[in-house]
Design a protein. Structure first.
Length: 348
């Protein structure tokens, strides 16, 4: 991984903040710069950009193990969560985890006519009951890195006839995700997938999940260039009917970022990231600090140290403060030396 870090990444800080935003690899930056130069010169970039959307869709599909026809390309988790919220009948019960990320939870809260039930993450599976319509949960919690028991949640949902929506924004890129095991997954890609902002994906079942594409524009047509004016005569026969009009330049970069993850392999990245996180946990114990219990996570959250984030930034160590905790996130461009610099800065 260290040779890869030198070839594709050149951080000017000890960057341990992927849970907020990942670093883009050199190949993605170069591709984005090139298409921006072409656009500024008035060159034709639409074909290149829309091809990049399709390449990114296919690359993401391979990462999460579903056919590309089950993947929609957009820009926002909240938009896709909102679309799923609109599909529910008045009075439907939606079960969410306490403190989960707002972009996943709030679209259901603002409906006003849904029953939003909030329980601790560890109690999600046992809280599913007859009448629960949807369980919406993050695979990995943004605030502290805790990993949901997705297998237990999935089994409970099936038992009671509920659908599942899993936000994989803090997972895909380091944590093995099998999107087909959930009814829907949503994911922004500017974190662990190393893409620019403006790239997000939705996965749906083969039957498209009984969702109404309420924001469908021309790109959602089976023949987009024939769908530019008036009502779209024929929606795409695949998840592309849920596409948002793409942030084209971002997708030009995204295809290269996703390709890099495929080349390295998620299992190898997971082993690397977890080893660094465990190194940090061991160092914290020596300093007398106890992180939030999140075994196997690449995110480490330390209660009581949130205020240290600003001091660490002055020492060129980038972490974040979330929910009063210091949050460090370890990814493929990080090294054991990065962990040791963080520990040294904390002890100092």
């Amino acid at each position: 991984m260290e040779s890869l870090a030198g070839a594709e990444f050149a951080p000017q800080t000890t960057y341990l903040n992927t849970a907020s935003s990942g670093l883009m690899p050199a190949r993605a930056v170069a591709a984005m710069k090139a298409v921006l130069d072409d656009a500024a010169a008035g060159g034709p970039v639409a074909d290149v950009a829309f091809d990049a959307v399709e390449q990114s869709r296919a690359g993401y599909a391979r990462l999460v193990g579903v056919p590309a026809r089950q993947v929609a390309a957009g820009s926002s988790v909240a938009v896709y969560a909102g679309m799923i919220a609109t599909s529910l009948p008045p009075g439907a019960e939606v079960l969410v985890a306490d403190g989960d990320f707002s972009s996943l939870v709030n679209p259901f809260a603002v409906r006003g006519d849904l029953k939003l039930r909030i329980v601790p993450l560890e109690e999600i599976a046992e809280a599913v009951r007859p009448g629960t319509a949807l369980v919406a949960v993050s695979a990995v919690q943004s605030a502290d890195g805790r990993i949901a028991d997705l297998a237990a949640i999935r089994e409970a949902a099936r038992t009671h006839g509920a659908r599942t929506l899993v936000d994989t924004s803090q997972a895909v890129g380091w944590f093995p995700v099998r999107a087909a095991e959930a009814d829907y997954t949503v994911c922004v890609s500017y974190k662990w997938q190393l893409c620019p902002r403006g790239v997000a994906f939705l996965t749906v079942p083969e039957d498209l999940g009984e969702l109404t594409p309420v924001f469908a524009g021309w790109v959602a047509g089976e023949k987009p260039w024939d769908s530019c004016y008036g009502p779209v005569a024929e929606l795409a026969h695949s998840a592309r009917r849920f596409d948002e009009s793409p942030s084209m330049y971002s997708y030009v970069a995204a295809r290269h970022s996703l390709a890099l993850l495929e080349e390295v392999g998620i299992e190898a990245i997971a082993a690397h990231d977890r080893a660094l996180a465990d190194r940090f946990r061991a160092g914290l114990a020596e300093l007398g600090h106890r992180p939030v219990d999140a075994p196997g996570s690449a995110i480490v959250s330390v209660p009581g140290l949130g205020d240290a984030a600003a001091r660490l930034a002055e020492a060129n160590v980038a972490v974040s403060a979330r929910a009063g905790n210091l949050r460090a996130a370890f990814h493929l461009y990080n090294t054991p030396a990065d962990v040791d610099r963080l520990l040294a800065a904390l002890s100092g």
